[in-house]
Structures are given as structure tokens and as C-alpha cells.
Design a protein around this ligand. Structure first.
Ligand code: NAD
Length: 364
């Protein structure tokens, strides 16, 4: 099985339409508004399974190419995440080029909302890095194709943490023969929105939890509330642990960390955990570590968004997030049977579902 991996692209060598063809994107919308200073790109990767859904990221990109690269990669990632989660949603994403601390205003986000509206529901937006529920409230004055609004489905982090917890248990079932996490040494890197809820599940089950964060206040609160042991950020890869749960940054699975990590499972919420999908996805497998593919295990957030799109209850979202146990179990079992890295199996399952529904060429 040959699966194309999602690595860095070089737009200087490959012009935009050619790049869209290579990565299988349907549509790009470049948005410019002189009055408010809005500069944004909306990328629709696929609407085969349903309207594309993915958050809006606001970031001080160094240049347009960097923003374009990010939105193409992230929107494609959403197609895979929504597909593997069995949601009837396609993949999309938006990036706004600018400083989220100085450029925001009602007019700014209403202009952005008009651009989202112009796509007539082919793209549904939500929060991502640099965007708050209040910003989305302004967007919603111009379009109904937006989720994550104040007073609606709310903070997705508890649902994300539940999914990560269930996926971690599925990995434990395969690696240790039991899905109980009682007594297991688990290191949670980053105890922000998702990390803290995850620590709660783990300590409730009797796991021995180690935590690290760069904010002392957060660390103090979480360690005293849940009786978790604090580890300095730079020491987290060296400790004796069964499970490493990255819940802060991407790319923490790389040559340097793999030389240190002594865990037998990696299962966490962070996006893009493998610095290089093909190299480090294979390397974790070679070390006998079970890696739960990030976009499959952290899908609780998008499940929460889906519940808002369709007016479903939070009970529905929780039950759906619990199904991440079976999704991860299937991926890891198949990875062991076929002797292929888990990320490759996850990509293949996501692609199989899309192929079964519509025509999209993943062989390029
Ligand atoms: P957050 O910002 O609330 O928490 C991240 C925490 O990591 C912060 O407390 C931060 O201080 C800490 N941190 C940053 N650098 C660190 C380092 N070097 N070492 C240790 N800690 C560090 O974010 P979140 O919403 O909890 O999301 C965590 C991760 O999960 C992110 O990668 C996010 O993209 C991903 N994710 C989140 C959701 C969600 O529902 N919130 C859904 C899917 C994926």
C-alpha cells in the first residue's frame, strides 16, 4: 500500500494550481480588505464527505507563501481527521495573516464572515490558534456557517481529552494486555485546556501522573489539585514512563527525543506530533512504541463542532468521542498485522472511506 505523506511543500518550485492538484484541493479563496487590513486564505481540500469544516488560525506569518503552505497542509489534514472520525464532513481551513493582539475588531471579523458566507456553506469555520469565541461571534453576524460560538457547544477541550483518554486505553490494551491505566507512569506534556482534563481522567483511574508546563501557575494548580508530580520541561523525555502524552506543541517526536524516550506508548492531543511523518512514524514503530496517530486520537474537538452544526447534544458528542477507543484499536491492530506504521494505516483508512463515497485521487 503506497500512501502519500504530508510533508513540507515548496511553492516556489510548484505554482499554486499545480500544488492544489498535487495535494487534491478543490478550491482556494484569497481574501483582501483594505479598510480593515484583513488578509486571509480559505482552503477547501475536500467536500466529498460533506461541507468542509476546520478552524480559522490567525498568525503573524513571515510571508504569504508560509501562510499558503500552512492552509493547504492544515485543510488536507482536516479531510483525514473528519474522515477517520466517521463524520460527514470534508476538510477545510482558513488562515488570517496578522497579529492577533493588535488587528482585531468587529469590522475585521465581519469582513471575514462575509468571505465565509460567499462560499454558501461549502466551508464551516471555527476557532483555532489566535481566535476566540468572541471573534467567532462577530463572524456569525455575517454567516451562519460558523461553530464554536459563545453559549453553544462550548469549549471542546473536555471532549478532546475524553477521546485522548479512550485512545490511550486502546493502546494499553494492545501493548499491555489490559486497558487499565492504574499504576501506569504517564507523562503529560502541557496541562492547558486539554492536558488538565486528561490528567483528571488519568488520576481518577489511579495512574501515576507526571506533568510539565512552561507556566508555573498552571503547574502549581494542576499538581496540587490532582496530586501529579512536576517535571521540568526539558526533562520530560528522560523520565522513566510507560506513556508519553504530548499535549502542548507539535513535532516533539523527532530524532533527539526518540533517542531519549523510554515509553512504550505515545498518545496525546497535540497536532502534528511527528516532526517528519514518514521518518519518525517509522522510527517509533522500529522502537516498539505504539503511536496513536494525532488526528485520530484528538478528534474530540471536531466531534464537538459537528454536534453544534447538527444541533446534537453534548451526550452525543461524549459517546462519539468514546468511539475513539475502537478507532485507535483498529488502527494499531492493523498496523501490527500489516507491519506498517500507524500513521500510514490511519491515512489509508481515511482515504478508503473517501474513495468509497466519491472520487478523489490519493495516488498522486
Ligand atoms: P493550551 O494552550 O490550552 O495548552 C497548552 C499548554 O502547553 C499550555 O499550558 C502551555 O503553557 C503548555 N506548553 C507550551 N509549551 C510547552 C513546553 N515546551 N513544555 C510544556 N508545556 C508547554 O492548548 P490546548 O487547547 O490544551 O491544546 C493542546 C494541544 O492539543 C495543542 O497542540 C492543540 O493544537 C491540540 N488540540 C487541542 C484541541 C482542543 O480541543 N483544545 C483539539 C485538538 C487538538
Amino acid at each position: 500500500m503506497e500512501v502519500k505523506t504530508i510533508n513540507e511543500i515548496n511553492l516556489n518550485e510548484n505554482p499554486v494550481l499545480a500544488q492544489m492538484a498535487t495535494m487534491g484541493h478543490e478550491q482556494l479563496l484569497f481574501c483582501n480588505d483594505e479598510e480593515t487590513g484583513l488578509k486571509a486564505i480559505i482552503a477547501i481540500h475536500s467536500t466529498v464527505l460533506g461541507p468542509s469544516l476546520g478552524g480559522t488560525r490567525m498568525w503573524k506569518y513571515a510571508n504569504e507563501m508560509e501562510a499558503l503552505n500552512d492552509v493547504l497542509r492544515l485543510s488536507r489534514g482536516m479531510t483525514y481527521k473528519n474522515s477517520i472520525s466517521n463524520l460527514n464532513l470534508g476538510g477545510g481551513k482558513a488562515v488570517i495573516i496578522g497579529d492577533s493582539h493588535t488587528m482585531k475588531s468587529e469590522a475585521f471579523f465581519r469582513r471575514f464572515g462575509k468571505f465565509v458566507e460567499s462560499l454558501s456553506g461549502k466551508y464551516i469555520t471555527a476557532e483555532d490558534v489566535g481566535i476566540s469565541p468572541e471573534d467567532m461571534g462577530w463572524v456569525s453576524k455575517e454567516t451562519r456557517h460558523v461553530v464554536g460560538l459563545p453559549g453553544k457547544s462550548g469549549d471542546p477541550s473536555p471532549v478532546t481529552a475524553l477521546g485522548v483518554y479512550m485512545g490511550m486505553k486502546a493502546c494499553a490494551k494492545i501493548q499491555f494486555g489490559s486497558d487499565s491505566l492504574a499504576g501506569k507512569k504517564i507523562a503529560v506534556q502541557g496541562v492547558g485546556h486539554v492536558g488538565e482534563y486528561l490528567v483528571k481522567h488519568l488520576t481518577n483511574e489511579g495512574a501515576e501522573v507526571f506533568i510539565s508546563d512552561i507556566y508555573q501557575q498552571t503547574l502549581d494548580r494542576v499538581s496540587s489539585t490532582y496530586n501529579a508530580r512536576v517535571v521540568a520541561p526539558q526533562d520530560i523525555y528522560d523520565i522513566d514512563m510507560d506513556i508519553y502524552a504530548p499535549c502542548a506543541l507539535g513535532a516533539t517526536i523527532n530524532d533527539e527525543t526518540l533517542a531519549k524516550l523510554k515509553c512504550s506508548i505515545i498518545a496525546g492531543a497535540a497536532n502534528n506530533q511527528l516532526r517528519n511523518e514518514s521518518i519518525h512514524g517509522q522510527a517509533v514503530m522500529d522502537k516498539g512504541i505504539i503511536y496513536a496517530p494525532d488526528y485520530a486520537i484528538n478528534a474530540g474537538g471536531v466531534i464537538n463542532c459537528f454536534s453544534e452544526v447538527h444541533g446534537l447534544s453534548s451526550e452525543w458528542a461524549h459517546t462519539k468521542a468514546e468511539e475513539i477507543y475502537q478507532t485507535i484499536y483498529n488502527i494499531v491492530s492493523r498496523s501490527q498485522e500489516e507491519k506498517l506504521p500507524t500513521y500510514q494505516i490511519a491515512n489509508a483508512i481515511a482515504e478508503e472511506r473517501i474513495k468509497a463515497v466519491g472520487i478523489i485521487d490519493f495516488t498522486k
